[in-house]
Design a protein around this ligand. Structure first.
Ligand code: HEC
Length: 122
């Protein structure tokens, strides 16, 4: 009887360890891509964003964000900047009404740099 009990316990213990190992692999396997992904997205650089803004955006939105064109948000008055970064990213990337899409011309990272710059305008 004791013999049987022992023989029975060993596989159970083995399975339990396998189970923990499998979960560790699953948890690490789930976390690592996330960590890698967030590592690839650099902190936004408003200095770089300001340069790109001067080249691509100031013709409509004005230098320092003070637009003179009717219907164009004035960033010096914080117009539209209540929207979250990701919403602004989508508008700039895909275009919004008469504003052209910058997809293919600017990377998401460059657009996020510009958004960071817009948030520094006073
Ligand atoms: C041809 C003129 C023009 C250019 C160039 C332009 N914009 Fe715009 N932009 C507009 C107009 C007009 C709107 C308002 C569109 C609307 O909401 O009807 C706008 C809206 C926006 C908004 C608000 C989006 C929202 O979701 O409300 C942001 C942010 C913005 N522009 C950023 C940029 C950036 C950054 C660039 C350069 C990469 C740029 N714009 C280039 C005309 C322009």
């Amino acid at each position: 009887m004791t013999r049987f009990g022992l023989n029975f316990m060993i596989p159970v213990k083995f399975l339990f360890i396998q189970h923990i190992k499998r979960h560790t692999v699953l948890v690490l396997g789930g976390l690592l891509p996330l960590m890698g992904w967030s590592g690839m997205v650099h902190a936004a650089d408003p200095g770089n964003g300001g340069k790109i803004y001067a080249t691509h955006c100031s013709s409509c939105h004005g230098e320092d964000g003070a637009s003179t064109m009717p219907g164009t948000p004035d960033f010096s008055r914080r117009e539209r900047l209540f929207k979250p970064d990701m919403a602004l990213l989508v508008s700039i990337r895909d275009g919004i009404s008469v504003m052209p899409a910058y997809k293919g011309l600017l990377t998401d990272q460059e657009i996020l740099d510009i958004v960071a710059y817009l948030r520094t305008i006073r």
